[in-house]
Design a protein around this ligand. Structure first.
Ligand code: ZN
Length: 133
């Protein structure tokens, strides 16, 4: 039985809804752009590359994510605005600190890495500070 199925053609970069034919565990159809044979898995959606490759789905996912991040859009944010603000602040601070630590470490290492005595001391100090990864 034929069905309308969404396909993505990698060659054309084209999302398209096509009349598809079931064949074994797949849906098959021909690309409107290049005529190439396209397929989708009918059951194992976790192995269907369409979900990873389709531009349309990628954009939809992005928009859903963006919506959730908008003030008032997500239930959590509406109910706990202060908590959300704190979480965001904490994450921002953490990222900032990590970046600063990394930069400081790189600066120190660059400065002293040619000096073997200092280098060992430095490495130890950095290890102790758990900044050396
Ligand atoms: Zn094509």
């Amino acid at each position: 039985m034929r069905e309308i199925v969404s396909f993505w053609c990698q060659d054309c970069g084209l999302d398209q809804d096509l009349e598809a034919y079931p064949f074994a565990n797949k849906w098959e159809a021909r690309c409107k752009g290049c005529g190439r044979s396209l397929w989708r898995l009918r059951k194992e959606i976790e192995n269907d590359p369409y979900y990873r490759k389709s531009e349309k789905l990628r954009i939809q996912r992005k928009m859903m994510k963006k919506d959730l991040l908008q003030p008032g859009e997500s239930g959590f944010k509406t109910l706990y605005p202060e908590t959300v603000r704190q979480l965001e602040q904490a994450e921002e601070n953490f990222e900032k600190k990590q970046k600063e630590d990394r930069e400081r470490r790189d600066r120190l290492y660059k400065k002293y890495h040619h000096d073997i005595n200092r280098r060992e001391v430095l490495k130890k100090a950095i290890n102790n500070a758990e900044l050396w990864t």
